[in-house]
Ligand binder design. Structure first.
Ligand SMILES: [Ca+2]
Length: 224
């Protein structure tokens, strides 16, 4: 079953890649952009535990599970995933919520290490902060199919992403208590793809390039 699923999804991927490659005019889509964090305040490594992440009922079938998976290549021992050992169901619509934290000068970035393999735009996923869709630095893949539950018509990750690390800017939520909401949804069609898997989420920041010495001194005082 596992081999069959991989073959089906890989076949889809090759088909899509070939059609993109046939046009010289299509721009190369941007790749994922890690945050290159200088410090990490919350290191949510799911190999070590569920890190207080909590599934939340959505508009469709529940999918988020924590544990081991043999379905995803190169997966760490434990992950959060949308049905760990199988394809996601039709009409899935479910959220995964991070612990709450306040955005400050040391928590301006969220780095997400994840894997996704979805049936085109018949499923999609995105991250929301206090209800607002937040794009990664490199942008989302596009618009999720309008018939998808929970995320229909929204910007999100679609198709095949494989393992990647994306960076999300949190500065617009300065001084607010926030949670990160990982939303997944699919339409009524039957999928042969595994879904969305999270290996780690890290909250931190990068050293400012400001010439304003007082700001840097204040930040350093948090760590020394
Ligand atoms: Ca799955």
């Amino acid at each position: 079953m596992k081999t069959l699923l991989a073959a089906l999804c890989t076949g889809l991927l090759i088909g899509v890649t070939a059609s993109i490659g046939s046009s010289q005019d299509d721009p190369i889509p941007p790749g994922p952009v890690p945050c290159q964090l200088d410090w990490i305040i919350y290191d949510w490594d799911f190999q070590l535990g569920d890190c207080g992440f909590t599934p939340l009922d959505g508009a469709g079938s529940a999918v988020w599970e924590y544990g081991a998976t043999g379905l995803i290549p190169d997966a760490p021992a434990l992950v959060w995933g949308t049905v760990l050992e199988g394809t996601y169901p039709s009409n899935s619509g479910h959220s995964l919520i991070s612990p709450a934290f306040t955005v400050s000068e040391e928590t301006t970035l969220a780095e997400v290490v994840h894997y996704y393999d979805l049936q085109g735009t018949s499923a999609g996923c995105n991250m929301k902060v206090n209800g607002a869709i937040l794009p990664p630095y490199s942008g989302y893949d596009g618009e999720i199919g309008s018939n998808c539950t929970q995320v229909g018509g929204e910007s999100g990750f679609t198709g095949f992403g494989g393992w990647r690390t994306d960076c999300f800017e949190l500065s617009s939520f300065w001084n607010q208590a926030i949670t990160l909401q990982f939303d997944f949804g699919s339409d009524a069609s039957t999928s042969s793809c595994p879904g969305w898997y999270l290996a780690a989420v890290r909250i931190g920041g990068v050293a400012p390039t400001l010439k304003e010495e007082t700001t840097w001194t204040r930040i350093k005082s948090l760590f020394y």
